[in-house]
Design a protein around this ligand. Sequence first.
Ligand SMILES: [Zn+2]
Ligand SMILES: [Zn+2]
Length: 840
Amino acid sequence: MLTPKQIKNKYIPEYQKNPNKYYPVEAIKSFGFTRNQCGICKKFFWDLDSKRQICDDSSCTEGFTFIDKKYAKNKMNYVETWKKFVSILKTHGYKEIKRYPVTARWRDDLNFVEASIDNFIPYVINGEIKPPANPLIVPQFCLRFNDVDNVGITNSHFTGFVMVGQHRFEQPKDYDPNAYLKHLMDWFLKGLRIDLKDITLHEEVWAGSGKFGPAIEFFSGGLELCNQVYMQYEVYKKSYRDLKLKTLDMGLGLERNTWFSQGTNTAYESVFPNVCKKLYQIGGLNVDNELMRKFLPYASYLNLDEVDDINKAWLRISEKIGVDVKTLKDEIIPLAGLYSIGEHTRALLVALSDGALPSNSGGGYNLRMLLRRSLGFIDKYNWEVKLHEICKWHADYLKPIFPELSKNLNEVQTILDYEETKFNSTKKRSKKLVFKILNKDIKTSKLIELYDSQGIPPEIIKTEARSIGKEIYVPDNFYSMISELHKERGHKLHKKKEINIEIGFVEDTKRLYYEDYKLGEFDAKVLKVIDNYVILDQTIFYPTSGGQLHDIGFINDYEVIEVFKQDNVIIHKLKHKSLFKEGDNVVGKINLERRQILARHHTATHIVNAACKFLLGNHINQAGAKKTTSKAHLDITHYKTISDNELELIEKKANEIVNKNIPISLSFVDRDEAEKLYGMSIYQGGAVPGKKLRIVNIPKIDVECCGGTHVLNTSEVGVIKILRSSKISDSVVRIEFIAGSRVKDQLNKSSNLLEESARILDVTKNVVPARAKELFDKWKKVVKKKKYDKDDLHLINFDSENSSDEDLLKKTALILKTQAEHVPKTLKRFIKEWKEKISE
Ligand SMILES: [Zn+2]
Ligand SMILES: [Zn+2]
């Protein structure tokens, strides 16, 4: 497939040869604009001034001119800019919708929303679901990390920003770009109130996700204010074809438009003025001085994307304003640090509030990078400020547009504080480390390695090195290099299919297991037989999916040992080759006991997820799950380990839900309807294709879109017993548990193990932990001579008379630092080794 850049290069000459066919020329001309070609970049553009030789892109005009010239006659703050946009587009029939979460749960290829159109890819654009409104406008918060080193320094870059979307999804006959361009022109003429002579329209081609179309970019004063894309084609074979639904994809940067309207020296002062004011105080910086005023118009020269040699760029500015580079840097770089902190905390606030977590892998990697880059600045300049305080200021300011951000502040604070503690221990560690490596040359590759493997920001190494009189070079685009390194990790990985057999064309299998999970028998017709695989017209056999293990059983007398799904066809694997022929009528039978255990484990997973969310906070989401017959596990997104006490509370809460006898509703709902009713958190198991979603609803507790088999009332789960929790990655914790009859089995097992241990130690059951402790200490003394471990002391100070067998076993296992099932064996080994040693 062609890359977006290749598509652009291929089609832009064609479109420019025939602008009347591809661009809304009729509308453009109606404003009196004429067409010119830029003498520098050779692009075609339209404006009122026919003598103009170059386009209005800041790279052709050398910088932004809107700051001095104040082209916008309407001065609006960030919130007012959005409100004004709504009021203008409303008159043309556009409906305002709420932003989508920035964590793209409905996508299997993206961690974070990067553009407003991402909300509607793939299902709206491919016609599978209706858009929430049509036409619509949305203030979509987006995250992009590729320009992170430019933030603060160029005065215009953001990692978190609102892309205001103007979207329509139309049948080809109703599609009318001329009208859409006119709607948008109202924004410039009536919203920002720019004179027509100060607006320039550039001809472009936009491409992404295999879709593309002509685009018009709107410029004023050197700044691109928005881009209206007429997305009408998709790449098809070696050429392209028309999209079934023609789409309008207009993206307008709310930050830029506010900045343009205010004409402040930096975009940050326009976008979060309250935060800037407070940060200036904290940093003790005076932005209203001579040097700063001289520097600011040239800040865009420092854009790392566009300069080859950043030192030359600094020199160029220093010559322009007549100040030496060192003085300039000493003044500017701390300010860039302050702006970065202001910008990064805003991005973090939205991301964390929407359920993302900083991490050392996946989507959270870049969030931690923002965090550490911010903390690196705070540390370097010894500023007295906490990141969560700045988040609070942002939430206050954004309340009229995003009130939801104020609701999650406590949780955001907990996460940020926790990350800060981690950062501080990293700092301590890095002191020692830096000392060790300082006699060598520290190259950029080493800095990258230290950040990537140990989370040590280069700023800290630089400061440490300086304290012992050594200078280290840190490239200005350090964080972009890091982000680039993790680019593929930033996007979700597609899961590989495990089995893939050639089945040719077969009708989709009717799934009877959706109807009643207790149904054990069914009639069906054989559709296809391939080796020992059988495909039926309908089945009760659940195929392994959504983390739930498949059913087993029989088709006639043939044993079914595995069941899996290929697209919408369910394939049964038989133990032996059958004599089935196409068209045979057969009877299928599943192992109902196994099915019921799996169903209980599956519903229990949803309940445990809800209990965790209730007790640990809104950031809890499912990161993975598995339900087998012996036990189940749920992986949740959480920033630290779960304590025993928390685990007990989760278990208690989960059982409370079970005991509430809540009927569970299972139904198929249209995707758009389901999203509207329950929100994007339904995608706990990840992105799901299809027009209709199966919704598993435990009213007021948990709603998920899930294809698994479930019990019909929470009480059928019986009881939930949490076995243990463990951290499986930096931001994911696994909770293992059992439910229903499995709990009874487990209790019996515990009791047996405890009895055996009591026999080995020759004591009664309730003294086992105390005696095990005594033995363990003796063993440690003679065998390993280890120091006394204080942690174990409290473990035996509990009421052993009134403890259950299971508790006694658990405590014993803790003392012996082993798992419960190994207790008797470990005790035997200790006795043996201890006796051998004392007889020596
Ligand atoms: Zn140009
Ligand atoms: Zn599920």
